[in-house]
Design a protein around this ligand. Structure first.
Ligand SMILES: [Cu+2]
Length: 114
């Protein structure tokens, strides 16, 4: 049991390290993307889309409009929390839940095939 806990803790810290080192090319600076009022308590948002590319700890998704954020449809990179997305492949249609993490990067907490 202790070994399992350690393995999970290690996995989580790797995910955080990758998230911190990743630079998100696309800024959500269009009108309606100001999240400053949500800094203290990041809200969970839902999205749907198609996976375009996968790298360690992150995933590029062409997502449909996300009304809760007033985002239009677009292709962008997301961080992956923990082992989220380990069973997802390029080309999969997915449903995901995300929140804004450190440095305003968008982090997928849960993702599953549609
Ligand atoms: Cu986007």
């Amino acid at each position: 049991m202790k070994k399992l806990t350690l393995a999970i803790a290690l996995f989580s810290s790797i995910g955080i390290a990758q998230a911190a080192s990743h630079e998100h090319e696309m800024d959500h600076n269009m009108s309606g993307h100001d999240m400053s009022s949500h800094d203290m308590q990041p809200a969970m948002h839902q999205g749907m889309g198609v996976v375009k590319a996968i790298k360690a700890g992150k995933m590029q998704i062409t997502h449909e409009p996300i009304p809760s954020l007033q985002w239009p449809a677009m292709t962008m990179w997301f961080e992956l929390k923990g082992h989220a997305g380990h069973d997802i492949s390029v080309g999969d249609k997915v449903h995901f839940e995300m929140m804004q993490g450190e440095k305003k990067k968008w982090v997928i907490e849960k993702i599953e095939k549609q």
